[in-house]
Design a binder for this molecule. Sequence first.
Ligand SMILES: *[C@@H]1O[C@H](CO)[C@@H](O)[C@H](O)[C@H]1NC(C)=O
Ligand SMILES: *[C@@H]1O[C@H](CO)[C@@H](O)[C@H](O)[C@H]1NC(C)=O
Ligand SMILES: *[C@@H]1O[C@H](CO)[C@@H](O)[C@H](O)[C@H]1NC(C)=O
Ligand SMILES: *[C@@H]1O[C@H](CO)[C@@H](O)[C@H](O)[C@H]1NC(C)=O
Ligand SMILES: *[C@@H]1O[C@H](CO)[C@@H](O)[C@H](O)[C@H]1NC(C)=O
Ligand SMILES: *[C@@H]1O[C@H](CO)[C@@H](O)[C@H](O)[C@H]1NC(C)=O
Length: 359
Amino acid sequence: MTTPFLVASIFLLGLSSLTTAANFTQVFESNEIIDFEWPSEEIKSQVLEDGTFKPEHMYPIFMAVYGTRIFFSLYKIRPGTPVTLVSLPTSNASSAPPKLTPFPSWDMHKTGDCNKIEEAKGLEVDSVGRLWVLDEGSYNCNCKIWTIDLIKNDHHTKLIHRFSFLHSLHDLVLDETPNGTFAYIARRYDFNIVVFSLERNQSWIVDTPGKRVNSIALSPKNQEARTLYLYEPFSKELNSISVAEVRKGTRTANPKAIGNWSAETYRMLMDNRGTIYATFWGRNFINSWNTSQPFEVQRFYEDAGLELDFDQFAFTFALDQSETLWMTVLDWNRQPKYRLLKAAVGAKSYIFEASQVSE
Ligand SMILES: *[C@@H]1O[C@H](CO)[C@@H](O)[C@H](O)[C@H]1NC(C)=O
Ligand SMILES: *[C@@H]1O[C@H](CO)[C@@H](O)[C@H](O)[C@H]1NC(C)=O
Ligand SMILES: *[C@@H]1O[C@H](CO)[C@@H](O)[C@H](O)[C@H]1NC(C)=O
Ligand SMILES: *[C@@H]1O[C@H](CO)[C@@H](O)[C@H](O)[C@H]1NC(C)=O
Ligand SMILES: *[C@@H]1O[C@H](CO)[C@@H](O)[C@H](O)[C@H]1NC(C)=O
Ligand SMILES: *[C@@H]1O[C@H](CO)[C@@H](O)[C@H](O)[C@H]1NC(C)=O
């Protein structure tokens, strides 16, 4: 059963300074079922019966927001996720929690079909309203990348590139330059990143000797020395490389160590005021670091009641175009299982030009 929407103010403060604190508002909560909009009742009962859809196995891990819609990729940790890219309205218009809608359509999804969306991973929205979707592919389909035009009624869904390798895409960031758009892609635990040039329709590997990469973040646009932040799993080390070097086409970059996060991060996000936010496996908090200052970990959000195993995660988040940070909280043990929260943070995504804090 689902519960009615709640709009509640949750009072949360960062530990060290008010500027990193945020007051979150709950948009909705849902106890157990995140349902889909199904093409028909027949399909729904069929997939419920054959186990292709297990409503209790929906784990949003990557997120992007544009206009009045949120996009999630769902983590295929257990069977029962028939589509991995879904959308949700940002507002609460009915008496029940909104339903996840397969995006861009039910028909565009099929595991094992190299021309369909098979397993969505990292998501980003660029400055012209295109959703970028990393697609893991499957056992016989290489990884690929899609763009979906969110302004033109989602009709322009394009498979823009097929990579030369199978599996293990994780997350991406976009670098929009006068010379074209680049995507920098973190795979899971490889000693390199993947660079994709949209205009050239080419991708190549940039080795990061001695450093594995998992999560990735990019400093704001038009910052003088745009910097790529790479997370090295196991050591928990945050590293940086110069974007100028990568744009020039280098095939080897030597990451510089900056500091260590306190836990294993699966997602980093940077705003246009230079703060990096990070979420962690098995942790009930989100940390941040103001990159204008020496490395110092701050607590951005914490939910003391969440209990997680090392292989579980609680949060996913994204910044929208109007300085709101959206976040889902997944509670593996208690109800409500899913919560969608938002907070005005006074910063947009790194996609936008760097902005200074006005105090
Ligand atoms: C959060 O709300 C409290 C109480 O209304 C207010 O004092 C505080 O300044 C707010 N913090 C932020 C970061 O907006
Ligand atoms: C959200 O849903 C609740 C429960 O039905 C309703 O009372 C409330 O007015 C809704 N809020 C908005 C903003 O529509
Ligand atoms: C880009 O390259 C992919 C192969 O990776 C190819 O399938 C696609 O047709 C190319 N797109 C264009 C516009 O040339
Ligand atoms: C764009 O390309 C030109 C010519 O290759 C180069 O001189 C210039 O530095 C590049 N600009 C940026 C922002 O990378
Ligand atoms: C991070 O931690 C590792 C040990 O796990 C240590 O070797 C390394 O020096 C630390 N890095 C930084 C930048 O503090
Ligand atoms: C980050 O640090 C800089 C330099 O100390 C400061 O001016 C800025 O206000 C800080 N940003 C935030 C969001 O607190």
